[in-house]
Design a protein around this ligand. Structure first.
Ligand code: F6P
Length: 355
């Protein structure tokens, strides 16, 4: 059995842990030969692969990034204006691939699902710090990002307290508020602004003013995809070759400019950016990534193609890739953490807030 393995989309803590786990499990479970594909689907387009064996995946469990490299702008269905998927299928046949394990986010799963329909057997493993992949309650990398943001919130609180400032911290997360919600609660943010609830600037300013008189500082955790009522996303740049060309970023600075005229205290903004994606995975993510990789190898062994590994109710499982492709999992108003945060007095910038 010969199995290809690639990592697609943005890098993420835990990718190497999955590569290690898939490779070791496939060798042990089915004596498979594992072929590492470089830079995601780009490696299949440009014919760049290398063998992965026990030694190649040694010592990488705790390292950030991906030893295979990745790409978030290479799709065989629109590569430099052309559909090169027939050439990719021919290359997969030339390599003698019996299947492909694809580690990635929603964009990568969408491509994988289409490759599957062309006849390439695929299994997916959900990766993203955003935690927004349909069908699974946890993608690996999320826990590490939350830990990084939580530490940042604690650190800016020191400056907020000392200088009586309003401190805004911007997280990643694209169109979902999972990172901001979970880190905001863990890092004791006073206001959490997420894409799932448009914020009212008067309400946000009101909470800061009330805290100015009482506690002298405010910490705001804002997701990059958050928008004011009636407003739109803050776009940092466009990458036209990417499946989703929009790159969000800078909403913390926009909020600072909106808030400052309403307040006595100085308002400062910090955009965390890629520090949330880098570095060593937390123990939770190392374990989750290892379990996901192992489960993916079982799916390969059992010829359960066209599935993505999932975690639901704390149990490992899988769902068809076509239930994942093109969808996003957002925070719902009834999510227990959102309900809890509201009821302990965290403001989400909504006009009517329970306090
Ligand atoms: O999907 C992961 C993510 O880090 C998002 O949170 C963020 O919006 C995006 O990728 C940034 O992508 P890039 O590294 O291409 O700027």
């Amino acid at each position: 059995m010969r199995i290809g393995l690639l990592t697609g989309g943005g890098d993420c803590p835990g990718l190497n842990a999955v590569i290690r786990s898939v490779t070791k499990s496939l060798i042990n479970l089915c004596g498979a030969e594992v072929i590492g594909i470089e830079d995601g689907f780009l490696g299949l387009i440009e014919r760049r692969v290398r063998p992965l064996d026990w030694r190649a995946v040694g010592g990488i469990l705790a390292t950030g990034g991906t030893i295979l490299g990745t790409s978030n702008s290479a799709t065989p269905f629109a590569w430099q204006g052309q559909d090169v998927s027939p050439a990719v299928m021919a290359y997969a046949a030339e390599l003698g691939l019996d299947g492909l394990v694809v580690i990635g986010g929603d964009g990568t799963m969408t491509i994988a699902e289409r490759m599957g329909r062309l006849g390439l057997p695929v299994v997916g493993v959900p990766k993203t710090i955003d935690n927004d992949i349909e069908g699974t309650e946890r993608s690996f990398g999320f826990d590490t990002a939350v830990a990084t943001v939580t530490e940042a919130l604690e650190r800016v609180q020191t400056t907020g307290q000392s200088h009586s400032r309003v401190m805004i911290v911007e997280t990643m997360g694209r169109y979902a508020g999972w990172i901001a919600l979970e880190a905001g609660v863990a890092g004791a943010a006073d206001i959490i602004l997420i894409p799932e609830a448009e914020y009212d600037i008067e309400t946000v300013a009101g909470v800061c003013r009330e805290r100015e008189s009482r506690q002298r500082f405010t910490v705001i955790c804002i997701a990059e995809g958050a928008k004011p009522v009636g407003g739109t996303w803050t776009v940092d740049r466009r990458i036209e070759t990417s499946p989703d060309p929009i790159r969000l970023g800078g909403v913390a600075h926009a909020l600072r400019a909106q808030l400052q005229p309403h307040l006595h205290s100085e308002v400062r903004a910090t955009v965390l950016g890629h520090v949330q994606r880098g570095g060593s995975p937390t123990p939770f993510d190392r374990v989750l990534a290892t379990l996901y990789g192992h489960h993916a190898a079982h799916l390969v062994r059992d010829q359960q193609w066209g599935q993505m590994v999932t975690l639901q109710g704390g149990q490992l499982g899988s769902i068809p890739l076509n239930h994942v492709a093109g969808r996003n999992r957002l925070v719902t108003p009834t999510h227990p953490l959102w309900v809890c945060a509201r009821e302990i007095g965290v403001s989400f910038g909504e006009r009517s807030v329970i306090s």
